[in-house]
Design a binder for this molecule. Structure first.
Ligand code: ZN
Length: 276
């Protein structure tokens, strides 16, 4: 597998420029660019600057993270979101990034059936735009009790219903663990639809209580990463494993140290399973 870095890991104090420099220095293959960090970058730089950087760097962009809460929106919000989608598609074409992560909405009261139908319809609508630019959408379920799609089980149903070549999903080990997604769901994933793997671990709290700030370095928590990685390997996944942590105490550490340590820990774990 290739090793990626998600900017959430250094979110509080870093910038796109700093993350890129450190990721290039410590050996990462890919970066997942946070949309807010991209907007900050563009206050002082141009998309051409970023495209120029990637032309001469080892590290490449792999996703934009993320268009959030894409479902169950009113018309006005939906139009704003579609403008962001169009912008990220154009930017992706310019800098060589072909995937946008999209996240479902929280705190809605619809039935399971309505959620599947509506989410698949929105993904198809967004995919019409993405397809014009040769872009893909990676749907990321969130393992919080109040997220409209909060398990891999439900995600599998949404992805099957969307049934669209531009639409796949993110497998985030933390989100898989956090709401008790089943091993059956993992065994049943359509591996061709897995666009990116988010690497992390978790404190041992009861499902439904866990939040992103409970994430730990891969290999230092309670998630059965061994079983996850073996299963993905057996199913033929051999793409990007990207470190994504949101832990406040890691944000307080030196940025270079977090990025170099994250690389060592991610690579060390993947090595154990002959994945790098
Ligand atoms: Zn994630």
């Amino acid at each position: 597998m290739k090793i990626g870095f998600n900017q959430a890991t250094t979110m509080k104090y870093s910038t796109l420029e700093k993350d890129l420099a450190a990721c290039e220095k410590y050996g990462y293959d890919f970066i997942e660019i946070r949309f807010d960090k991209l907007k900050d970058y563009l206050k002082k730089n141009s998309i051409e600057d970023l495209a120029g950087y990637f032309q001469h760097s080892r590290i490449k962009p792999c996703t934009f993270n993320a268009l959030e809460f894409i479902t169950f929106r009113n018309e006005e919000d939906d139009a704003r979101m579609k403008a962001d989608l169009e912008f990220l598609c154009k930017t992706g074409n310019q800098i060589g990034c072909d995937t946008i992560i999209v996240v479902p909405t929280f705190d809605i009261k619809n039935t399971r059936k309505e959620i599947i139908q509506h989410t698949a319809a929105v993904l198809n609508d967004y995919a019409d735009t993405a397809a014009k630019y040769g872009m893909r959408l990676a749907f990321e379920f969130v393992g919080y009790p109040n997220c409209s799609v909060n398990t891999l089980d439900l995600t599998n149903e949404v992805i099957a219903k969307a049934n669209r070549k531009e639409v796949g999903f993110v497998f985030d080990c933390f989100h898989f663990h956090a709401m008790n997604s089943t091993w059956d769901a993992l065994n049943n994933v359509d591996i061709s639809k897995l666009f990116i793997l988010h690497m992390d671990d978790s404190e041992d709290l009861v499902p439904g209580i866990l939040r992103d700030d409970n994430r730990l370095w891969p290999g230092e928590g309670c998630i059965d990463l061994s079983r996850i990685l073996q299963t993905l390997k057996n199913k033929g996944y051999d793409d990007i494993a990207s470190l994504e942590l949101f832990r406040p105490e890691y944000w307080e550490m030196d940025i270079d140290q977090v990025i170099s340590l994250g690389y060592e820990k991610t690579k060390g774990l993947l090595k154990k399973f002959d994945l790098v």
